[in-house]
Ligand binder design. Structure first.
Ligand SMILES: Cc1ncc(C[n+]2csc(CCOP(=O)(O)OP(=O)(O)O)c2C)c(N)n1
Length: 272
């Protein structure tokens, strides 16, 4: 642990967070999420038995920043790799760390089917609404009207469709034991996001099924904003489109308010 003092603030680096400077831009949320993971896994005493399954995107070097065993996966395939790792080593705690381009575009099939199978790993899904690493192109999560390098006039839903609400969609699947959406927009929300990440790992330890925490995050460079303006946009416009909270925690009796597929079939047939 190091403890440099910044005025009255004491910054203690969690043991699972490396001292290596990251490649992240000023105002990017990946560093905050890394720190939350290091804190949670340290507090749960899981550092020595956790395997990070990395992905492709700005967080591709996460294995350098988190002091964990790790496996790197091809773009979008983290859920498939994690499936293999967890099935081979069920004694290990396994999680994927994926951006929205990785998880919600090229990796949609992998994440949906891993969740449907109820694979017993955890996914940390960092949604900054854009392809950050490759220069800020439109992602499936980009908001309607949002300008990106591949939608310079703003996302036109008549051409590019509507954003994918990944956490809402996955929460309908019975294999999903826990699904929540948090944010890095301000300290109180970061604390709640940390609690959600902790709960997701607890659910994995209990062997309940798949668990996911989506974390709404920023990409000031890709959004063409200052870090401060990006945080404000995250707290307002982005959060309005992607509501925060626990969508499913089946062990605690929190289930989706929308009918799950089985009950939908029943209620439709009963209704007619
Ligand atoms: C098979 C393949 N296709 C495309 C790419 C190019 N590529 C690298 S990162 C990336 C997007 C990553 O965006 P996201 O997952 O949202 O993460 P971020 O960089 O925003 O954190 C793409 C398309 C690649 N590396 N491999």
């Amino acid at each position: 642990m190091t403890a440099p003092s910044i005025g009255r603030l004491i910054y203690e680096r969690p043991a699972l967070l490396s001292s290596k400077p990251t490649s992240y831009c000023p105002g990017c949320g990946h560093g905050i999420v890394h720190r939350l993971l290091a804190e949670v896994l340290g507090e749960l005493g899981l550092g020595s038995r956790t395997i990070l399954v990395g992905s492709v995107g700005c967080s591709v070097f996460a294995y350098d920043y988190l002091r964990l065993d790790s496996v790197e996966s091809p773009h979008g395939r983290a859920a498939a790799v994690a499936t293999g790792v967890k099935r081979y080593r069920p004694d290990r705690v396994v999680f994927t760390y994926q951006g929205d381009g990785d998880l919600a575009a090229i990796g949609t099939a992998e994440i949906v089917h891993a969740a449907a199978r109820g694979e017993r790993f955890t996914t940390i899904f960092v949604n900054n609404g854009i392809y950050g690493m490759t220069g800020g192109q439109m992602a499936p999560t980009t908001l309607p009207g949002q300008k990106t390098t591949s939608s310079p006039l703003g996302r036109d839903t008549s051409v590019a469709g509507y954003p994918l609400p990944v956490t809402e969609m996955l929460s309908l699947l019975p294999g999903v034991a826990y699904a929540a959406r948090g944010s890095v927009a301000e300290p109180g929300l970061i604390g709640k996001t940390k609690a959600a990440i902790k709960r997701a790992f607890e659910v994995q330890l209990e062997g309940k099924g798949f668990s996911i925490v989506e974390v709404l995050s920023t990409c000031p460079v890709g959004w063409g904003m200052t870090p401060t303006a990006a945080m404000e946009r995250l707290a307002t416009e982005v959060t309005a489109a992607y509501p925060l909270g626990t969508y499913v925690d089946r062990a605690r009796g929190i289930a989706p308010s929308m009918p799950v597929p089985g009950s939908l079939v029943r209620s439709v047939s009963e209704g007619f």
